[in-house]
Design a protein around this ligand. Sequence first.
Ligand SMILES: [Zn+2]
Length: 224
Amino acid sequence: MILLENGPFKLLFTDKTLSLSWKTDEPEKVKENWLRVKRLLGIPQLKIAYLSQVHASTIKTVTDYGFQGWGDGLISSEEGIALVIFTADCIPILFYEEDSQLFGALHCGWKPLASGLIENLLEKVRLSGINPKKLKIYLGPGINSCCYQVGKDLAEQFKGYERFFTARNGSLYCHLKGIIKEKLKRQTERIYDINICTKCSGHYFSHRKGDRERQIGLIVKLPK
Ligand SMILES: [Zn+2]
């Protein structure tokens, strides 16, 4: 479990000690585990905003809690609403900007990455009148290049990013976080990579390992 506190922001990446998806996990356990998340954050009345994640590039602007529709990113400046992303190998990305207090969460597997999720984020930030340089971005636990075996068809989606694909023992491996960082770095240097592989670390749910449960990436701005 990784809990970071910076000013009014709390950022949380859970691990496999807490299954948290209503969609795939055991309902009684999930209910109990969400209470544990609330205790962990010290927010008993935690309100959350979440998506039906569809591996695309839509980012929703959140003004109220609850279901936000279909998409793979949430962005907000509302106090007291936690933005939540569910993952098991895809990369959870949390970010905030201190002056405007804009913050958000992304669910980034190869499909959102190939279809412009990062570019959409940077565009949305710029349109809000914020210089993306000022963003602080955290890449949470996800599948690393040690375990992310892919096909040639996937590599072909990333023209110009060939150096993030490595051949080993006749297989091709993708450094997904490398591509994310490369895309972000054109705009901002303040990127913090929690360098943990969900598949081989043993402490996280991994879709590729056969887990159906999900962990979360969560960011909330505390009320003043
Ligand atoms: Zn690994």
